[in-house]
Design a protein around this ligand. Structure first.
Ligand SMILES: Cc1cc2nc3c(=O)[nH]c(=O)nc-3n(C[C@H](O)[C@H](O)[C@H](O)COP(=O)(O)OP(=O)(O)OC[C@H]3O[C@@H](n4cnc5c(N)ncnc54)[C@H](O)[C@@H]3O)c2cc1C
Length: 446
C-alpha cells in the first residue's frame, strides 16, 4: 500500500512541513499566500512566473483543499472527496495546466457527449453532431432526445439571447421564457445542479445564463473532461512546478492573526511563527475568514455527497460517467475507468449535489440499486467496501455578497461569486488566484 505518491518526489510527508521555533520571524518574501488550494497555487505560480519570491501557507498536512484526495486505508488507494468534471470552457484551468506541463492529467472528450439514464427511457445520450456548428447541433440533438420535439429550439434561442434578471431565480427565468418541460427536466435542471450546486428554485438566473453561454459557445468549450489520476496527485504536479519556480510551501500551518507594521503584512500562525512580506493574498474559503479578520457573516454554501463503492468484481458502467434523471444519484462515475486502474475490482462513485448525507446504509443501498438498473442487472453484488463522503460546505452559492472586509495589506482572492459571475468551480478558483496575483503585481508597480 503506497501512501507516498501524494508527497513531493523524493521527500517524505514530514519533510514537506517547514518548522520554525515559536516567535521566530522568517526571511522576508515578496508575497505570502494564505491557503494552498487551487486558488492559492494559481496565485503562487502566477506571481513566481513574474519573478516574485512567494510562500504558500497551508493549514492542512497536504495541499489541494476541496480538490484534494485522502488515503483510503482499507482499499490502499488515494481517492478524491468527490469526482470532478471539467468543461472545455475552463480557459484559466487549461492555461494553468499548460504552464505547468500538466495537460496530460486531464482526459478530454473529442466533443460533447452526455450519457443519461432514466427509469422509463433507459440509456440515451445528448451528442451534438461535431460536423455542424454547435449553435445548430445542440438544439438539434436536444430535439432528438426521446420524448423531445423541435419546440425546444425557440426556447433555446430565448435562453441564449434574452437577458436573465440579476435577482431572478432559474425557475422564474425558465417560466418567463416558456422553456418546455422536457427541456428543463432532461437538460437545464441537471445542468443547473451540476454547475451551480444549487436547485433551480433558488439558483441565480443571471449566473446560470452565463454558464450556458460560456459552456455552449462552441464544440471545444462544451466538451467534458476528467482527471486521469486522483486529484491529489494532480495537485502535486502543480506544486512541483511551483517549487521549480522557487515557491516555498509550508503545510501544517494555520494562520490565525494578521497585523500590518511598517509597510509589511505580518501573518501569525497557531504556533506563534511570524511570516512577513509587503504583500499577502487570502485564498481561504469565506468560512475560515474569521481567522484573518474580525468575525463576519458566513455566506450561504451547499454540500455535496459522494457515495464511494468498491466491488471485488469488475463492474463497468457503459460510459466513464452517466447523468441520472429522476434518480437520487445525479452523477454515476466509473472511477476505475476514469483513472484507468488495472485492478481486478472496481470503484464506482455516486454523486448527489446540494444534498447532505443522511443514513449511510440507505444511501449505499439506493446507490447500488440505481447502479444495477443503469447496468441492466437485477442486482449488484454486495460492495466489499463503501464510504460516504459528505463535504458539508462544498461551494459558496452565487449571491450579492458583501465585500469581505479583510485587514489592510491583504488582497482578497476568496470565493464569493456574485450574480452574473460564474459559480464556484475549479475554474473560478484558478481565475480568482490569478486575479489576486494580478492585483499584487499592480501594487508592485506603484
Ligand atoms: C465534492 C466536491 C465536488 C466538486 N466537483 C467539482 C466539479 O466537478 N467541477 C468543478 O469545477 N468544481 C468542483 N468542485 C469545486 C472545487 O473543488 C472548488 O471550487 C475548488 O477546489 C476551490 O478551491 P479554493 O482554492 O478556492 O479553495 P479550497 O480548496 O477550499 O482551498 C483553501 C485552502 O485554504 C486552507 N486554509 C483555510 N484556512 C486557512 C488558514 N487560516 N491558514 C492557512 N490555510 C488555510 C484550507 O486548508 C484549504 O486547503 C467540487 C467541490 C467539492 C467539495
Amino acid at each position: 500500500m503506497d501512501r507516498r505518491p501524494y508527497v513531493a518526489a523524493g521527500k517524505t510527508r514530514r519533510q514537506t512541513r517547514t518548522t520554525h521555533p515559536a516567535g521566530m520571524t522568517r526571511r522576508t518574501e515578496d508575497a505570502l499566500i494564505v491557503g494552498g488550494g487551487l486558488a492559492g497555487l494559481s496565485c503562487a505560480i502566477t506571481l513566481a512566473e513574474h519573478g516574485l519570491r512567494v510562500r504558500v501557507i497551508e493549514a492542512a498536512p497536504r495541499l489541494g483543499g476541496r480538490a484534494g484526495s485522502f488515503f483510503e486505508p482499507r482499499m490502499g488507494q488515494w481517492i478524491d472527496q468527490g469526482p470532478h468534471l471539467l468543461i472545455g470552457a475552463y480557459r484559466h484551468t487549461l492555461d494553468l495546466l499548460r504552464r505547468c506541463n500538466a495537460e496530460h492529467l486531464v482526459h478530454w472528450q473529442s466533443s460533447l457527449q452526455l450519457p443519461l439514464w432514466d427509469p422509463q427511457r433507459g440509456r440515451f445520450a445528448l451528442h451534438p453532431s461535431p460536423r455542424l456548428p454547435l449553435a445548430i447541433a445542440l438544439p438539434r440533438a436536444l430535439a432528438m432526445l426521446p420524448g423531445h420535439s423541435f419546440a425546444s429550439v425557440p426556447a433555446m434561442l430565448r435562453l441564449r439571447f434574452g437577458q436573465a434578471g440579476t435577482h431572478e431565480t432559474v425557475v422564474q427565468w425558465l417560466q418567463r421564457v416558456r422553456a418546455p418541460h422536457e427541456l428543463v427536466r432532461d437538460f437545464l435542471e441537471p445542468l443547473c445542479l451540476a454547475a451551480m450546486n444549487e436547485h433551480m428554485d433558488t439558483a441565480n438566473a443571471r449566473s446560470f445564463q452565463r454558464v450556458l453561454v460560456t459552456a455552449f459557445a462552441n464544440h471545444a468549450h462544451a466538451r467534458l473532461g476528467w482527471f486521469r489520476q486522483p486529484l491529489g496527485l494532480c495537485i502535486e504536479t502543480l506544486a512541483k512546478h511551483a517549487r521549480s519556480l522557487g515557491v516555498c510551501i509550508t503545510t501544517h500551518t494555520q494562520i490565525n492573526g494578521v497585523s500590518h507594521r511598517a509597510g509589511m503584512t505580518v501573518l501569525r500562525s497557531q504556533r506563534g511563527e511570524e511570516f512577513r512580506a509587503p504583500h499577502a493574498v487570502a485564498t481561504v474559503p469565506p468560512w475560515h475568514q474569521h481567522r484573518l479578520s474580525a468575525p463576519v457573516a458566513t455566506p450561504a454554501s451547499n454540500p455535496i455527497t459522494n457515495i464511494h463503492l468498491w466491488f471485488d468484481e469488475q463492474l463497468r458502467l457503459p460510459y466513464p460517467f452517466i447523468g441520472g434523471l429522476g434518480t437520487q444519484g445525479q452523477w454515476f462515475f466509473d472511477v476505475s475507468a476514469q483513472t484507468r486502474q488495472r485492478s481486478t475490482g472496481s470503484h464506482l462513485c455516486v454523486v448527489i449535489s446540494a444534498f447532505h448525507a443522511g443514513n449511510k446504509r440507505t444511501l449505499v443501498d439506493q446507490a447500488c440499486s440505481e447502479l444495477a438498473r443503469i447496468m441492466e442487472r437485477k442486482k449488484l453484488p454486495e460492495p466489499c467496501h463503501s464510504r460516504v463522503v459528505c463535504v458539508r460546505r462544498a461551494t459558496v452559492l452565487v449571491r450579492p455578497h458583501l465585500p469581505p472586509n479583510l485587514p489592510t495589506g491583504i488582497v482578497d482572492s476568496m470565493e464569493h461569486p456574485a450574480p452574473g459571475q460564474l459559480p464556484a468551480t475549479i475554474e473560478y478558483a484558478i481565475e480568482r488566484g490569478k486575479q489576486g496575483a494580478e492585483r499584487v503585481l499592480a501594487r508592485c508597480q506603484h
